[in-house]
Design a binder for this molecule. Structure first.
Ligand code: ARG
Ligand code: GLU
Length: 696
């Protein structure tokens, strides 16, 4: 009897264990802990998150607000993705010291390179403050009143939170504002670059392979945290010392095989798993197609010019990569939603919800939620599409228009007085310099001509020949002088005169409309979330990603993207040699790596089959922001470094499907191999703790 009960429990967890989820680390006891153990984990909830003792969470850092990183030695050595550390690697590079092309390896602490502005946050403690935040909110309040009450109470709680002088804190909303958590944080500001492979390893496959499996990218870089003499956060000083962490991750040399448990610990940015069908329909059928079309028009121009001219290729490499990254993701998202019939399934789910609302006598509270969504989203559609198109055309794709937008904001600041103007001018100049660092006006003009017709009938490319902003010197010249004079000169510039009415329209009409409907949608989504949990309590609920620390877990697993096609979950160095195109900017392979391959000189990093593993797949539910997150084995050791998802599964931000959604990780054995055998930086290997959990 008992055995059968355990078996049933086991089967139940086996099934539900594949359902995804990004969980709050302080709430793992119970369901998650059991589920993880049923998947093979030996970790307890307290091993992962503990306030009083060191735990895995003490090794996980939010890297510069956008990526994740982890501590891998007792001297504060930090591992993250190459694409997360790219701008730091780039900023130390020059023609003489081209760390992008050749890689960089500090031979000792002295050679490690400081990075202005770079920071890493750790989570000291997480507290549920829902009851306190919502204490003074009443049903008779309007949504606006509720929100301002929530904001002021949160502020107070935040201010009075118990913490040390060097710690920070913040409060974040979960489950669409039905729950609130307080985070006590520690932020380190002296972060130095320690090592990076050449781009031909760190970004092997580049944009062609981006979002794609099979993958062979060594997407990693190394940093180090420095602290003051008391081991506390401090701004850069040559007197700072390597940080002694509360916990660092040991690294497994035994790697993974299909079916192994993996836990990914990091800071996913934004997901939307509880949208009504009408919202998914609007995103995939209206918003995505138009922003895909705009980016496609841009990329056609960029790609052609980059192919024609080597200087342009280097100049636009990073801008092109940024535009192509989301473009490719949205295409995959749409395909996935369509192929999995996500909208149809959501509709079925909603009829079920509606039926239960009736059965449970909750019609008065929740009966009109879905029809209210329909109505709101119908009103929302045109302004939502318009605003998205605006952002694409004026902010993200066309650089002259982006400059004009900054200048427009500077003019707005001028209305508030000279002090605010001067501040705005400074940041505008920084932005203009940033754009002009790698700017090609004729390419930008071609982009303008390609995308502007997708937004407006008012197209006038002759502004490129008249404006002062296609050249940095003349742009800076225009910005010289008294504020009043600058504003006057600005309003005589052809590009500014052309662009201004578009910005007026955004501020006077598009944005107010968008914000007003959007806040109604958010208020409804908050009630819908509560209703779902009340009406269907047996479903699996986890809060949407909101850039806070989360745990997701699953197993190493392949997938079948199409009929008769199955993808193995592990790639090997052999695959890099297969993809090798001599001299190609995406698929070149460094000579040394080829030599190591020929000699099969893999040392202790080879798999049991004698091959060198490169990347692997898992069923962990990740999103943007999980880049650089550790993949941790059943015993708490590091086995992988998360950096991407498979194309067929990028819809997981709205619709996680365990059949097809997979995250992509670099095998840590490849990372160690590159550091040791390729770069000869074995002093770093000695600093780490390498373990053999599978050896008995
Ligand atoms: N797709 C991954 C992400 O969303 C990797 C992006 C960097 N790599 C690239 N080839 N652009 O960030
Ligand atoms: N590459 C993404 C990032 O930089 C992670 C991949 C994803 O979106 O899942 O955060």
């Amino acid at each position: 009897m008992k055995f059968i009960k355990i078996l049933i429990l086991f089967i139940a967890f086996q099934v539900s264990a594949q359902q995804g989820g990004m969980w709050i680390p302080s709430l793992l006891e119970g369901m998650n802990e059991q589920e993880m153990q049923s998947l093979g984990s030996t970790l307890s909830a307290k091993d992962i998150y503990d306030v009083n003792n060191s735990s895995l969470k003490d090794a996980i850092g939010h890297f510069n607000g956008g990526c994740t990183s982890e501590v891998i030695s007792d001297k504060g050595l930090i591992l993250t993705n190459h694409h997360c550390g790219f701008s730091q690697i780039q900023s130390h590079s020059s023609v003489e010291n081209d760390y992008i092309t050749n890689g960089f390896w500090a031979k000792n602490f002295k050679e490690e390179l400081p990075n202005e502005g770079l920071y890493i946050d750790f989570i000291v403690r997480i507290e549920d403050v829902t009851a306190r935040v919502l204490a003074d909110v009443t049903d008779t309040m309007t949504e606006k009143e509720k929100q301002s009450k929530i904001d002021s109470t949160s502020n107070q709680i935040n201010k009075s939170a118990k913490k040390e002088a060097w710690q920070g804190s913040k409060i974040k909303a979960f489950f669409k504002g039905n729950q609130y958590f307080l985070f006590i944080t520690e932020t380190f500001n002296d972060i130095r670059l320690v090592g990076a492979p050449p781009v031909s390893i760190g970004k092997f496959g580049s944009d062609t392979d981006n979002w794609v499996w099979p993958r062979h990218t060594g997407d990693f870089s190394l940093f180090r945290i420095y602290a003051d003499k008391n081991n506390r956060p401090a701004s850069y000083s040559k007197d700072n010392v390597p940080y002694a962490p509360k916990h660092f991750l040991p690294i497994s040399l035994d790697g993974i095989t299909e079916g192994d448990f993996t836990l990914v610990f990091g800071f996913p940015g934004r997901t939307n798993e509880y949208l009504p069908a009408i919202a998914i329909e609007q995103i995939t059928q209206k918003v995505n197609p138009s922003r895909i079309a705009i980016r496609e028009a841009t990329l056609n121009v960029m790609d052609a010019e980059m192919k024609k001219d080597n200087k342009t290729r280097i100049q636009y490499a990073s801008k092109q990569a940024r535009i192509a990254n989301a473009w490719k993701k949205w295409i995959g998202e749409n395909l996935g939603i369509e192929k999995s019939n996500a909208i149809g399934k959501k509709r079925d789910f909603e009829s079920q919800f509606q039926k239960l609302v009736k059965q449970k006598g909750l019609e008065k509270q929740y009966g009109s939620l879905l029809s209210d969504f329909e109505k709101l989203y119908n009103d929302f559609e045109s302004v939502n599409v318009k605003r998205n198109n605006f952002l694409e055309v004026f902010i993200r794709n066309n650089e002259l228009m982006h400059m004009m937008f900054r200048l427009y904001q500077m003019e707005n600041a001028y209305q508030k007085g000279d002090a605010s103007f001067n501040k705005a001018k400074e940041s505008t100049i920084t932005r203009l310099k940033g754009i002009h660092k790698n700017y090609n006006a004729s390419l930008d003009k071609n982009v303008f001509e390609a995308i502007m017709p997708l937004y407006s009938k008012n197209i006038n490319a002759s502004i490129y020949d008249k404006t002062q902003f296609t050249n940095l010197d003349s742009a800076l010249e225009l910005l010289k002088g008294e504020p009043k004079k600058v504003i006057k000169k600005l309003n005589n510039d052809a590009a500014f005169v052309y662009a201004k009415p578009f910005f007026d329209e955004l501020y006077n009409s598009i944005d107010p409309q968008f914000q007003s409907i959007n806040s109604e949608i958010n208020a409804l989504q908050k009630i819908y979330m509560k209703a779902l949990m009340e009406v269907m309590p047996e479903e699996r609920y986890f809060p949407d990603a909101n850039s806070t620390l989360r745990v997701t877990y699953g197993q190493v697993k392949g997938y079948a993207p199409r009929d008769a096609v199955y993808y193995n979950p592990v790639t090997y160095l052999d695959g890099i040699i297969e993809k090798y195109i001599p001299g190609d900017y995406e698929f070149d392979v460094p000579q040394k790596l080829q030599d190591l391959y020929k000699a099969k000189d893999y040392g202790q990093y080879a798999d049991t089959n004698g091959k060198l593993p490169i990347c692997f797949l898992g069923t962990n539910h990740t999103s943007g922001g999980n880049s650089g997150s550790p993949a941790i084995d059943a015993h708490g050791n590091l086995v992988g470094l998360n950096f991407d998802r498979v194309w067929e599964g990028t819809m997981s931000d709205m619709n996680y499907d365990p059949e097809i959604c997979r995250n992509i990780m670099v095998d840590l054995r490849y990372v160690l191999f590159i550091i040791d055998k390729y770069a000869g930086a074995d002093h770093l290997i000695k600093e780490m703790k390498l373990v053999h959990p599978k050896r008995k």
